[in-house]
Design a protein around this ligand. Structure first.
Ligand SMILES: *Cc1c(COP(=O)(O)O)cnc(C)c1O
Length: 388
């Protein structure tokens, strides 16, 4: 089955057996517990909804199929999924090599929880250069944690090359694939071991649920993750599972539109006299354009740019848009715009922010699926309010 077909059907084939109602959409199973006929056998395979729920199961089947993984687990949030990966695969004294351009919340989880409370050691490296990753691996390295493209500077790392090095050294590779969604990038087929998503973003796609997911094919690790998920209770609710199932059905359509609009906006921004620099992997000016073409089947809907001027110009521009909502998050049908230094990346110390390029004049856009001309008009309106 091809991607679009799996997105619609996997996990939701109608039950036409005797007793099955034949729903073409999986029902929202709200029951917290499931009755049985015999004391030692759950009749329908379910016992208690934290451990297993039919709606969540359907979503997990669909999620696994989209990443070409054998298994998937759906979590209460992207951060819950990341936490369970850490709790399952890391212990005191272990070392992790991480891309220095990670999502701000991931960085906070690593430094304020894993490092402070569990004495796990982290090396943050510029993974754009594969050698930096290779050189950072130590005898106690257990994981390499990647994002590609990164947030908010759209830097890529070569997942295939890094996974090859990791395999030789017996280190696992985790890729946060939230930005591209499985429609544009499939890290497991590039050699990564584990994929993590904030389903809050493109997978759900409508900015109306918080959720996370892990996809992988290693059964032993899957069983450990599942055990820890059930033990800690970091599960996705039946209603949110339904919302993500519903969102995924249009993932392919949405991603194509996000990309089309993002390309138009990136090209417009490159011509604007109010813009210093544009970061979008679909532009020929992107330093990793060739890798982007090779590693992904599209360029996605996220971009960022440096406005000419400083914090004040960025602020005036951002506060004078109408269609773009000034908001954190991304991946919904509506266009969002934000100021990483004061919003999504405020938890990263200023010195570190400057070092990785999250400057005070940097602006990030999650391009929605509105009409691109309306979006560009809105940006022009904002630019007219600044004088640089
Ligand atoms: C949003 C996000 C997360 C965290 O997910 P939540 O659902 O907000 O917990 C992790 N990684 C990336 C890249 C994200 O964009």
């Amino acid at each position: 089955m091809k991607f679009e077909t799996k997105a619609i059907h996997v996990g939701e084939f109608p039950n036409l057996e005797k007793g099955g109602a034949g729903d073409v959409v999986i029902p929202i199973h709200l029951s917290s517990t499931f009755a049985r006929k015999e004391i030692d056998k759950p009749t329908g395979g379910y016992e208690y909804s934290r451990t297993g729920n039919p709606t969540r199961d359907a979503l997990e089947k669909k999620l696994a199929s989209l990443e070409n993984a054998k298994f998937a687990l759906a979590f209460a949030s992207g951060m819950a999924a990341e936490t369970i990966i850490g709790l399952t695969l890391l212990g005191s004294g272990d070392h992790v090599v991480a891309f220095d351009n990670l999502y701000g919340g991931t960085r906070r989880l690593f430094s304020k929880v894993f490092e402070q409370n569990f004495q796990i050691e982290f090396s943050y490296v510029d993974a754009v250069n594969v050698e930096n990753v290779k050189n950072a691996i130590k005898p106690n390295t257990k994981l390499i944690w990647l994002e590609s493209p990164t947030n908010p500077l759209m830097k890529l790392c070569d997942i295939k090359a890094i996974s090859k090095i990791a395999k030789e050294r017996g280190v696992l590779v985790v890729v946060d694939n939230t930005f591209m969604s499985p429609f544009f990038q499939q890290p497991l087929s590039l050699g990564a071991d584990i994929v993590v998503h904030s389903t809050t973003k493109y997978l759900n796609g409508h900015s109306d649920s918080i959720g996370g997911a892990i996809m992988l094919s290693d059964e032993e690790i899957y069983n450990k993750l599942k055990f820890n998920q059930n033990t800690t209770g970091a599960i996705l609710s039946p209603f949110s599972s339904f919302l993500v199932l519903r969102g995924i059905k249009t993932l392919a359509l949405r991603m194509k539109e996000h990309e089309k609009n993002a390309m138009k906006i990136a090209e417009y921004l490159e011509t604007s006299p109010k813009v210093k620099k544009v970061f979008y992997p679909g532009l020929k000016s992107h330093p990793q354009y060739e890798l982007a073409k090779r590693q992904m089947s599209g360029f996605g809907g996220m971009l960022s740019f440096e406005i000419k001027g400083s914090f004040q110009e960025a602020k005036t521009f951002l506060e004078n848009l109408e269609i773009f909502s000034l908001a954190e998050s991304l991946g919904g049908v509506e266009s969002l715009i934000e100021h990483p230094a004061s919003m999504t990346h405020a938890s990263v110390p200023k010195e570190e922010r400057e070092k990785i390029g999250v400057t005070d004049n940097l602006i990030r856009i999650s391009v929605g699926i509105e009409n691109a001309d309306d979006l560009i008009e809105d940006l022009k309106k904002g630019f007219r309010r600044i004088d640089v």
